[in-house]
Design a protein around this ligand. Structure first.
Ligand SMILES: NC(=O)c1ccc[n+]([C@@H]2O[C@H](COP(=O)([O-])OP(=O)(O)OC[C@H]3O[C@@H](n4cnc5c(N)ncnc54)[C@H](OP(=O)(O)O)[C@@H]3O)[C@@H](O)[C@H]2O)c1
Length: 323
């Protein structure tokens, strides 16, 4: 495993583990996954040197935090534990109560990273960060983070906190490569961290799905990205991904992860539906892409223009109705 070069109480692994899948209806992996496989994934991740574990109070309405908390018990000191506040009415006392509730579900006395899940369009960060500052002062929160923030709002949040907002967790993958333009540059210069979520574009970049084999769980069955037309359009991106993967004796998923974590300021938090996937994802930390390979993938990514947003709505509705 490789680790980020930032001064944190516990070092942060370049490949972490995302746990939205744990106990979540949207992913629909079922009871035996939530009851057994999820814990086995966490235990194996710890054995392999993963320290960064990401959850949120909203994942499975608290179930993800509970499952993760049970799985890390006895190994707390090996973990850089990250959870998120859903910023509904995030006035300081609410922020403080919700952090305590998350810590209780996780069974810990400290959250290593407490992230604002998304920017609140109505409540300013000067208010949210007052709660965060109080949590840091009493030691319940180590580092403060944000998620889905623009660069300007990230910097404004730091100003409001009066200290570093260590990380910004954003979608960053070969289908959504945009953060490379500003957030990563800032993180590299300022000693901050970009946490790449959905680094496999929810499994899309494994290259194992096509119009004849589409994922059936809710989070992807109704996602525009997984529409048959978009899976067809991705043929060239998948071809380049496979070509680069072959040169490293790797899989397309591993290559997509290696692409995402190439900057020293980026860590990725892929989710996993099995221990085997987790093992494969962890191994991606060791792959060094050349400049040419990274750029070839970035170019293939730029040429892939999936139909999303309002234009995809009729097809998404047809998929929903099973037609
Ligand atoms: N801050 C936010 O707003 C936000 C939003 C979304 C996610 N997140 C976080 O980011 C984490 C990861 O994102 P994500 O879950 O959306 O997507 P992801 O990590 O891109 O994709 C995870 C899915 O990809 C497939 N997969 C994983 N490893 C694989 C491998 N080695 N080979 C082939 N397929 C593989 C699995 O699905 P199948 O096996 O079923 O195909 C798995 O459930 C989440 O768990 C969550 O912690 C945060």
């Amino acid at each position: 495993m490789r680790y980020l070069n930032v001064d944190t109480a516990t070092k942060i692994s370049k490949i972490g583990l995302g746990t939205w899948q744990f106990g979540s209806g949207e992913w629909g992996y079922g009871k035996s996954y939530a009851g057994q496989e999820a814990k086995a994934i966490v235990r194996r991740a710890l054995e392999l040197g993963v320290t960064l574990f990401d959850t949120a109070e909203v994942y499975g309405l608290g179930r993800s935090e509970r499952i993760l908390g049970e799985a890390i018990s006895g190994r707390r000191d090996q973990v850089f534990l990250a959870t998120k506040l859903f910023p509904l009415a995030p006035l300081p006392p609410v922020v403080e109560q919700r952090a305590v509730a998350s810590a209780n579900r996780l069974g810990v006395s400290r959250l290593d990273l407490y992230q604002v899940h998304q920017p609140n369009p109505l409540v300013r960060d000067s208010i949210i960060m007052r709660g965060m500052r109080a949590l840091q002062r009493i030691g319940l929160v180590g580092e403060v983070g944000v998620s889905n923030y623009s660069l300007d709002r990230w910097k404004a949040a730091e100003k409001a906190l009066g200290g570093r907002v260590l990380s910004n967790q954003v979608r960053y993958n070969l289908v959504a490569p945009r953060p490379a333009d500003g957030l990563i540059r800032y993180a590299e210069q300022a000693g901050r961290v970009v946490i790449a979520y959905s680094p496999l574009a929810q499994g899309f970049l494994s290259g194992r799905y096509d119009r004849t084999l589409r994922p059936s769980n809710r989070v992807r069955a109704y996602s525009a990205l997984f529409l048959p037309g978009n899976l067809d359009l991705a043929g060239e991106l998948f071809r380049v991904l496979r070509e680069v993967a072959q040169a490293h004796d790797a899989t397309p998923a591993q290559t997509a992860l290696a692409w995402a974590i190439r900057s020293p300021a980026v860590a990725a938090i892929p989710g996993a539906s099995s221990v085997a996937q987790l093992e494969s994802n962890v191994a991606a930390a060791e792959i060094d892409l050349t400049d040419d390979e990274w750029q070839a993938l970035r170019d293939a990514s730029a040429r892939f223009q999936p139909v999303t947003g309002p234009a995809a709505l009729p097809s998404v509705l047809r998929a929903r109705l099973g037609r």
